[in-house]
Design a protein around this ligand. Structure first.
Ligand SMILES: *Cc1c(COP(=O)(O)O)cnc(C)c1O
Length: 383
């Protein structure tokens, strides 16, 4: 296995914090003359006879990234071509005819994957509000898998992962946590009782909006083995360059997230009392309905995502977004540059959010520049 090229994770100091592990894990073994970074191996085939014979079997770059992500989340990591490729592989763990509990507000692509499997007769779905822990647990009776997002799109709702994971386990279901917004630095779902963690490394882990990649981290090595086989057989493998870039991004995750999160908290505080803002959703805000739960399950910070509702019309909101010069009106999140988008432009989100709701992914620009851009554009359009 390619992982054995990166034995370093075995020698990580157990006293190191996650910030340090993010920098140090997944490096080649330390030896005189050895490179400190893993190589980018661009080869579709390898000389016979070895366990690594073809590009779908493995790649030294995936091995390095998996060693690092596994060390951070405390499990065995398997990387995929994208977050959705990873989600599709996890869905394949559900037995034929099985039942999955899915949040009513989930990443639309994940919802699509499960809706399609349901329409093909492969599995049953039970849709519940993820912030209603009793409803999630009620629905998990007799289910095979409970799927939650630790911090969910686009209303920035926080799930009670420890309570859900414990309750689901009692009822015989495994818990999958999409931890894309929280990252391993803000929550380790496997420590809180979950079985499987999903990261779209396209977002905060990669951090520079220049790649797509997904990762699954499993508590049970048997799940990881099934996912490795699935990846091999379905060809949903990450690119070698993407794996290298994701690991390079991971090295700076701690400083990027600290900065973006501090700015998100400050912007949320200021937006909450802005005359042209009707509502702000950010779990780190003391008045937010999610605040108490967030302080319990995300004690180190609520992340870099917030959403706001403009006190105006959909047209005024579009005009506000068009006027921004620093923030970009674009989808996706977690990069160094701040992005904002009006979510009701998606049919799926129009049903659950108001017409003026904007999701804001805070980057690492200076917070005063971000504020001047947001405040200036709102005043220019709304007076
Ligand atoms: C982006 C995203 C995904 C899908 O990941 P891709 O890398 O875009 O395929 C899944 N879950 C969440 C929460 C996301 O933000």
């Amino acid at each position: 296995m390619t992982e054995s090229l990166f034995p370093d994770h075995l020698s990580l100091d157990p006293g190191w914090t996650k910030d340090t592990i993010a920098v140090q894990a997944g490096r080649p073994a330390r030896a005189a003359g050895a490179p400190i970074n893993p190589p980018i191996i661009l080869s579709s085939t390898y000389v016979h006879d070895a366990s690594l014979e073809y590009g779908r079997d493995g790649n030294a770059g995936w091995g390095a990234l998996e060693a690092a992500l596994g060390a951070l989340d405390g499990g065995r990591a398997v990387t995929f071509a994208s977050g959705l490729a990873a989600a599709t592989a996890i869905a394949a763990l559900v037995p034929a005819g099985g039942t999955v509990v899915l949040p009513s507000v989930a990443y639309y692509g994940v919802r699509n994957v499960f809706d399609r499997l349901r329409s093909l007769g492969r599995l049953q779905l039970r849709i519940v509000a993820a912030d209603d822990t009793d409803a999630v647990l009620g629905a998990s009776e007799g289910a095979d898998m409970v799927w939650v997002e630790s911090i969910a799109n686009p209303l920035i709702v926080v799930a009670d992962v420890p309570a859900i994971a414990a309750g689901a386990r009692q009822r015989g279901a495994i818990t999958v946590v999409d931890a894309t917004f929280a990252t391993p630095l803000r929550q380790r779902p496997l420590d809180l009782g979950a079985d499987i963690v999903l990261h779209s490394a396209t977002k905060l882990i990669g951090g520079h909006s220049d790649l797509l990649l997904g990762a699954v981290v499993c508590k049970d090595p048997a799940h990881a083995e099934l996912l490795v086989t699935y990846r091999h057989d379905h060809g949903s493998i990450p690119g070698a360059l993407e794996a290298f870039l994701a690991l390079r991004g991971l090295r700076t995750l701690a400083v990027r997230l600290d900065r973006a999160e501090a700015s998100a908290a400050e912007l949320a505080r200021r937006l909450a009392s802005h005359p042209h803002v009707a509502r702000v959703n950010y779990p780190g805000l003391p008045g937010d309905p999610q605040h108490e739960r967030a302080s319990r399950v995300l004690p180190n910070g609520s992340g870099s995502m917030l959403s706001l509702e403009i006190d105006g019309t959909a047209e005024q909101t579009e005009a506000f977004l068009a006027r921004l010069r620093l923030l970009t009106h674009a989808t996706s999140l977690g990069g160094v540059e701040s992005l904002i988008e009006r979510r009701a432009r998606y049919a799926g989100d129009a049903a659950i959010v108001g017409p003026t709701l904007c999701r804001l992914s805070v980057g690492i620009e200076n917070v005063e520049d971000l504020w001047a851009d947001l405040d200036g554009a709102m005043r220019a359009v709304l007076g």
